[in-house]
Design a protein around this ligand. Structure first.
Ligand SMILES: N[C@@H](CCC(=O)N[C@@H](CS)C(=O)NCC(=O)O)C(=O)O
Length: 294
């Protein structure tokens, strides 16, 4: 069977060249090279933990962790969450690149010790905070290993969801059946993996709510609850009953509800807390309170 290329006259050249006008969503921030584009430095607030982020699923993992730590009584987990507008290229400032040469949110600077600690990659940030506070990471070796297994499972699996399925189903400038089929197959396999794991476990890594749940929920929980990509019906999300039970359970946690609002620049005004510098900001500084008051 011969199927035309897309576009039909396309064959890959001998050496690939950057076409910055490929028309896809995010084409304006994607580049084939790394590094800073300007000398801007990062702002620093008053707390020990300085987070630079946006409320994408990778960002929500960390704001959820901070809000869960605070809810659990770890008062030293107070944090400043600065907004990084990735569509405007703010991840390419010198200050950002000094912390994360990979120029992706979220990044954290921990000022609680003698010298600042730079942390990037959401899994690394979750582990750093879990170890620092001795929370949301079981101490018993078998349970700890399970938690870290599922944390790393998320880090390896979610790019197929975001960069693969989500990109071709929701963002690509045209619908390409081959790409959508390929990534839908893989995502449904991943949903089945989670569904089977959650058939016998209340939380992903066992009986305890851990950083594995915090990492997996913003992608896979939000997906089946139709909060990302509007793909729940397409993926027949209701058929993953155990996953759906867990997704709803996590979504109801007050700390998760707060975490989802931080550094959010879209959706309902009362769900958008552009920057979080104090616990009272959830009451006083969401966009519904600020717009009109100024
Ligand atoms: N594996 C990374 C992925 C981070 C990531 O992909 N961040 C995206 C937003 S969700 C980003 O900053 N994109 C900006 C860009 O690609 O320039 C993590 O988990 O921290």
């Amino acid at each position: 069977m011969s199927i035309p290329n897309q576009p039909a006259d396309y064959t890959p050249p001998k050496v690939w060249k950057w076409n910055s006008e490929n028309g896809g969503e995010f084409a304006n921030i994607n580049r084939p090279v790394s590094g800073a584009l300007n000398d801007n430095q990062l702002p620093v607030g008053k707390h020990s933990f300085q987070l630079y982020s946006l409320a994408t699923p990778n960002g929500v993992k960390i704001t959820t962790m901070f809000e869960e730590l605070l809810a659990a009584g770890y008062a030293e987990a107070e944090y400043d969450a600065h907004l990084i507008k990735i569509l405007e290229g703010e991840q390419f400032s010198q200050g950002f690149v000094d912390v994360n040469p990979n120029s992706k949110i979220p990044i954290l600077v921990d000022h609680s010790g003698d010298k600042p600690i730079h942390i990037f990659e959401s899994g690394s940030i979750l582990l750093h905070l879990a170890e620092k506070f001795g929370a949301f990471l079981p101490k018993a070796p078998a349970e700890r290993a399970q938690t870290i297994n599922w944390l790393f499972w998320q880090m390896g699996s979610a790019p197929y969801l975001g960069g693969g399925f989500g990109h071709f189903y929701a963002y690509a400038p045209m619908k390409i059946e081959y790409c959508i089929d390929r990534f839908t197959m893989e995502i449904k396999r991943q949903l089945d993996v989670l569904d089977k794991q959650l058939a016998n476990n209340e939380y992903v890594a066992g009986d305890e709510f851990t950083i594995a749940d915090m990492a997996i929920w913003p992608w896979y929980g939000a997906l089946v609850l139709n909060q990302v990509y509007s793909a729940a019906e397409f993926l027949d999300a209701d058929s993953y009953q155990n996953l759906m039970r867990w997704a709803k359970q996590i979504d109801q946690r007050p700390a998760v509800q707060r975490g989802k609002k931080v550094n959010k620049t879209w959706g309902e005004a009362h769900e958008q807390l552009l920057e979080r510098h104090d616990a009272s900001d959830f009451e006083l500084r969401t966009q519904d309170k600020l717009v009109g008051a100024e």
